[in-house]
Ligand binder design. Structure first.
Ligand code: C2E
Ligand code: CA
Ligand code: CA
Length: 234
């Protein structure tokens, strides 16, 4: 963080009905002077273990909001938030201050959380989630379909969005079960008034299948891989 070796990449999220880009997901990269570009899966778990995810996550929020301020007003900014950041008690303040410093509306910010957040200390976590939401921030359930994927999560918190894990997209060509589950999640979300995004769409064939399923948004290499800020600004 001090050496300024972190960088945010952004991956666009496509709205299927309008064919327009609806938002960008911020994805952190570590540009290490000796080791090159280190992907987040290689260092985020360690940052969580050591607690360093708290200052790193704060940096991510501030950067992402200030970058979003340069983009059109209708482009959402999605930021991944670790359960450890929820435990730190400073998240609400950090979010508020990142929005204020960037001067963007809270409704443009979407926080992506995974189910592990609901598996631990759920009273405190739920209270923070509700406070964030009353600030106007949107909350997305990330990687849905992996792990326990309990349906009770949707009763415990009114999520704005569910992101369907890319394993389902990859499974679409392998038989009918991935499609059946995708369809069921899409129907459930529809009746709960939750936006659906599928992750990891890489081929036209996958895109065609997704278009059939009442899914709202698509993210994946087919639309665009994550890109550095300079390319997004262009
Ligand atoms: P995620 O939140 O599920 O992010 C989506 C991951 O899928 C990204 O990997 C993205 O590059 C990749 N991806 C996107 N489209 C495709 C596709 O079509 N095919 C395939 N095979 N992959 C695709 P990335 O950037 O390596 O990030 C991995 C994970 O690291 C993220 O998964 C997220 O859990 C975590 N992460 C990234 N940035 C942050 C951050 O700022 N804070 C925290 N706490 N976690 C982060
Ligand atoms: Ca995510
Ligand atoms: Ca995901």
């Amino acid at each position: 963080l001090n050496e300024k070796q972190f960088e945010l990449y952004y991956q666009p999220i496509l709205d299927l009905a309008s064919g327009e880009i609806k938002g960008m997901e911020a994805l952190i990269r570590w540009n290490h002077p000796q080791r090159g570009r280190i992907p987040p899966n290689d260092f985020i778990p360690l940052a969580e273990e050591t607690g360093l995810i708290v200052p790193i996550g704060e940096w991510v929020l501030r950067q992402a909001c200030s970058h979003a301020a340069r983009w059109p007003d209708d482009i959402m900014i999605a930021v991944n938030v670790s359960p450890i950041q929820f435990r730190s008690q400073t998240l609400l303040k950090t979010v508020f201050s990142a929005l204020a410093a960037a001067g963007i509306k809270s409704s443009r910010l979407e926080l992506e959380i995974t189910e592990t957040i609901l598996l631990q200390d759920s009273e405190g976590t739920l209270a923070t989630l509700h406070q964030l939401r009353s600030l106007g921030v949107r909350i997305a359930m990330d990687d849905f379909g992996t792990g326990y994927s309990s349906l009770s999560y949707f009763r415990r918190f009114p999520f704005d969005k569910v992101k369907i894990d890319r394993s389902f997209i990859q499974g679409l060509s392998e038989g009918t079960s991935a499609l059946a589950i995708l369809r069921a999640i899409a129907r459930l979300a529809e009746s709960l008034n939750i936006t659906t995004t599928v992750e990891g769409v890489e081929t036209e064939e996958q895109m065609a299948k997704v278009r059939h399923e009442n899914i709202h948004q698509v993210q994946g290499y087919l639309v665009s891989p994550p890109r550095p800020l300079e390319e997004v600004d262009k």
